[in-house]
Write a protein that binds this ligand. Structure first.
Ligand SMILES: *Cc1c(COP(=O)(O)O)cnc(C)c1O
Length: 371
């Protein structure tokens, strides 16, 4: 079946008891035992498993083409589980432009717990090759990356990290559906489902999808229910509901973003536009090869640095000044000031999450704000 059909039906079944077409939400934390003390209906306690979580995990695995998935209370909770499944002394190689929270997690928590880590620009496969060590157990790619929209050639990096037998993770939060990391050699896919899956800025969540049911994934699964950072049944229900329209939304987000990127690239107040759909992007060809559309995220650098960037963000009326991404409403954000000291975001950079408004209204809003 095609991706739109999978998105609508995966994880959904008409409720056999009532005929309800939309699935019920099972708020129950606990489930009845059989007289013999067993659990023949499959559920015991909601931290271990819950019908809504199971439906979400099955749905997202089918969508990504994986064998299994484990859902968490946030994207960061999902990231945490992957890092916790490693052991002290293991080496992690991560993309230098990975989500800020991911590098912070590695620096502030996991180095203390004995992981070793290096950050390299994974959009350069040679840099990945040089940074590999015999104890590299995990390679963490993110593409397009945050906030510079760097493109990692997933097939090329997968090939390189397979050498020492590292597990290859792709954070696919920014390009769900548009990019199929398992077809390109990834072992695990991570999503912050807070973003495009939820799609409406009203639910936090994260998920780890495994290409195959490996021993490493079993560790992640046990961290999920023993560690307890599980999503609520209602959150799972909302995320699965969001998934039903995901392929169509991604198409519309991408179409809008391309129009806006082209407009910004011509604007005299704009120094640079980072968007993989533009021919001027240094890895445009790689993006065309591995993505079916370029996604809804872009960033721009204004000519006059910090003050000019803050003024643009202050003047937009349709774009809302807020962090996060992937919702129906367009957001504008000055990354350097939200990331704080240690940021590698340029001071004149504004990140845009392009929503589902009419692109002409968004362009007019940015034109007015840029002055
Ligand atoms: C937001 C985000 C995360 C973290 O997800 P939360 O749900 O906020 O914990 C991880 N990776 C990427 C690429 C993100 O955009």
């Amino acid at each position: 079946m095609k991706i739109e059909t999978i998105a609508v039906h995966a994880g959904h079944a008409v409720d056999p008891a009532t005929g309800a077409v939309a699935s019920p939400i099972y708020l129950s934390t606990t489930f009845e035992r059989d007289i013999e003390g067993t659990y023949s209906r499959g559920f015991m306690y909601t931290r271990n498993d819950n019908p809504n979580r199971q439906a979400l995990e099955r749905g997202v695995s089918m969508l990504e083409g994986g064998e299994a998935a484990a859902a968490f209370a946030s994207g960061t909770g999902a990231t945490m589980s992957i890092l916790q499944a490693l052991s002290p002394g293991d080496h992690v190689l991560a993309h230098v432009d990975a989500y800020y929270g991911t590098s912070r997690l590695i620096h502030e928590i996991f180095l203390r717990w004995g992981l070793e880590a290096d950050f390299v620009d994974m959009s350069d496969p040679d840099a990945v090759r040089k940074a590999l060590r015999p104890n590299t157990k995990l390679a963490w790619a993110e593409t397009p990356s945050n906030p510079l929209l760097k493109i990692v050639d997933l097939a090329a990096v997968a090939e390189i990290v397979r050498g020492p037998g590292a597990i290859f993770v792709c954070d696919n939060t920014w390009a769900p559906v548009l990019q199929r990391p398992f077809d390109l050699g990834a072992d695990l896919v991570l999503h912050s489902t807070t973003k495009y899956f939820g799609g409406h800025c009203d639910v936090l969540g994260g998920i780890v999808v495994a290409k195959t049911e490996s021993e490493f994934f079993q560790r992640i699964r046990s961290i999920q229910y023993e560690g307890g950072a599980v999503p609520s049944p209602f959150d799972c229900w909302l995320i699965l509901r969001g998934m039903r329209t995901l392929p169509w939304r991604m198409r519309a987000h991408s179409e809008n973003a391309l129009k806006i990127a082209e407009f910004l690239a011509r604007h005299p107040k704009v120094k640079r536009v980072h968007y993989p759909g533009l021919e001027s992007h240094p890895r445009h060809k790689t993006a065309l090869k591995q993505m079916s559309a370029s996604g809804g995220m872009l960033s721009l650098e204004v000519k006059d640095g910090y003050d000019a960037a803050m003024q643009v963000a202050a003047k937009t009326k349709v774009f809302i000044r807020a962090t996060s991404l992937g919702g129906v409403e367009s957001l504008i954000e000055h990354r350097a000031s939200i990331e704080g000291p240690g940021t590698i975001s340029p001071q004149g950079l504004l990140r845009l999450s392009i929503g589902l408004e009419n692109a002409d209204d968004l362009i007019e809003d940015l034109d007015r704000a840029l002055g």
